[in-house]
Design a binder for this molecule. Sequence first.
Ligand SMILES: Nc1ncnc2c1ncn2[C@@H]1O[C@H](COP(=O)(O)OP(=O)(O)OP(=O)(O)O)[C@@H](O)[C@H]1O
Ligand SMILES: [Mg+2]
Length: 220
Amino acid sequence: MILQVKDVHKSFQVKNKELKILKGVNLEVSQPQTLAIMGESGSGKTTLLSILAGLEPPTSGEVQIQGTDLTQFSEAEMTRFRGENVGIIFQNFHLLPQMTALQNVKLPLELSGDEQAEQKAIELLEQVGLKDRINHLPLKLSGGEKQRVAIARALSTKPKLLLADEPSGSLDIETGEKITQLLFSLIAKYQMTAIMVTHSQPLADRCEVTYYLKNGQLES
Ligand SMILES: Nc1ncnc2c1ncn2[C@@H]1O[C@H](COP(=O)(O)OP(=O)(O)OP(=O)(O)O)[C@@H](O)[C@H]1O
Ligand SMILES: [Mg+2]
């Protein structure tokens, strides 16, 4: 089993009120595939992705990735597990601003102790068409270029599970389309399972399965 989500609930405490966002999310992914998660703004998509990434604990319920229960990890164990098994593309890229494109992509490889980190990072940046931008700081990259660095970084350790929050969200249609094509070709190449949160119907149409987050639950 690649991913198993069992009855996940998530509430936020705001002032004295309990805000229930996820109310029993279930999901099973048993073979590499591409999944889209759609749903209204505020429905809890990013919240769910953060829980799947182990960045935030569920209020209750269970998340297993490759048979391992995330909730039993300490923070250090979680960071390590994530580094080796999960790639994440965030809604706003989250590149480290003081690091060049190359350093951003190289970092997860170095953290995993890969001795060929530099060479692999350069190859990845070449694959996403940024050979001439490897020494640029994020500030000096365009939106689409930043997105491509984020993709290269998320794929650097060849994780089996890729989580992406609006991977083409803030780009113009043409650039978004190019980046979508690039992303799907890399997902197929590395045989990854990808879960993409999106408002874009064309992006969802490219995925094998589409779920809707509604009333705190996933519907197909
Ligand atoms: N840390 C938090 N504390 C309190 N409320 C939160 C917190 N994080 C998220 N929320 C609330 O939970 C709801 C779901 O947020 P989330 O970011 O998951 O929505 P989303 O489906 O990703 O929306 P969008 O499509 O706009 O990105 C929102 O109403 C948000 O205000
Ligand atoms: Mg969101």
